[in-house]
Design a protein around this ligand. Sequence first.
Ligand SMILES: Cc1cc2nc3c(=O)[nH]c(=O)nc-3n(C[C@H](O)[C@H](O)[C@H](O)COP(=O)(O)OP(=O)(O)OC[C@H]3O[C@@H](n4cnc5c(N)ncnc54)[C@H](O)[C@@H]3O)c2cc1C
Length: 327
Amino acid sequence: MSNNVLVVAEIRDGAPKKITFEMLGEGARIADLLGGHVEAVALGHNIGEAAGILGHYGATKIYVADNDELEHYTAEGFTNVLSGLIKEIQPALVLLGATTTGKDLAPRVAARLAVGLASDCTGVAVEDGELLITRPIYAGKAIATVKETFKPHMVTVRPNIFPAPEPDASLEAPMETIPADAGEVRARVVDMITEAGDRIELTEADIIVSGGRGLKAPENFAMIEELAKTLGAAVGASRAAVDAGWKDHSYQVGQTGKVVTPTLYIACGISGAIQHLAGMKTSKYIMAINKDPDAPIFKMADYGIVGDVFTVVPVLTEEFKKMKAEE
Ligand SMILES: Cc1cc2nc3c(=O)[nH]c(=O)nc-3n(C[C@H](O)[C@H](O)[C@H](O)COP(=O)(O)OP(=O)(O)OC[C@H]3O[C@@H](n4cnc5c(N)ncnc54)[C@H](O)[C@@H]3O)c2cc1C
């Protein structure tokens, strides 16, 4: 078993996703404490260029599995290739994103290797050479510290928790082509339908403006979208707004929706039910706009405006527009 950390890169549309850089940064820190290096593996088709970028973010070696059978993610194909590599190189720790793909892939790989998995990690410490992994449990009501007894340790990492290092184009890492035989794949991807337009993905957004039942009607989401557009933010929604049919489920933030960790989360007409908080309480800054001064969201908020969303949101949008025009 080596002391190295292996980061499983996520590549989309020919480029690594931000979570990959965040894992490389954190992976390098942990590898340092363990006395090893951070390495990366990229799976896909025609991904040589994207894989090369991983070196600029600190990967000291890049394993590349390039094959047309890996063009689209499949749990079976990716598990076959990845578990083969892990058995071969024996890293101390494997990091995957707690993303749609990572949440699907990591448990399957862990089962194949007969090891444990700590999912949705928000912190890692090393004590006496042992890894202590921090992860929220009970919908974020408590934080557990987990010590994995199996090796290699496997962890999925919550996006937007760890800072991504600044890229350094002078850093180059050797690339090694690894066997890319997907093996027997019973499920095949026949089509990929991307969400409309250039909508910012909630789990990757730096700023999110979310609307709840306080918006009263679906057409009133237009002012949330306007504020979001002004800030370059993603739009989110509470379950009440989704259940009412004002937004589809892909917008829902919370226990049964998406877990988000933006720098700024603006909750508009959202009460702050525990199930909503479970999806956004690890945001760096929370701003709430609610006409009820006793709304629970204010207990969690860094900035609170007690007021009517129909008055406050348009004023905010105008003010931000003015600020941007002056930039
Ligand atoms: C198993 C389970 C899972 C769940 N999962 C989720 C989940 O993933 N995500 C989620 O969001 N919820 C989830 N819920 C539902 C959750 O309990 C709440 O019902 C929901 O979050 C409420 O949404 P809301 O805050 O938009 O609505 P409400 O609780 O009705 O709050 C509306 C808020 O708007 C304010 N308001 C009204 N008018 C105005 C105005 N003009 N200006 C300013 N403020 C105004 C009110 O004061 C109020 O605080 C779940 C529930 C269960 C049981």
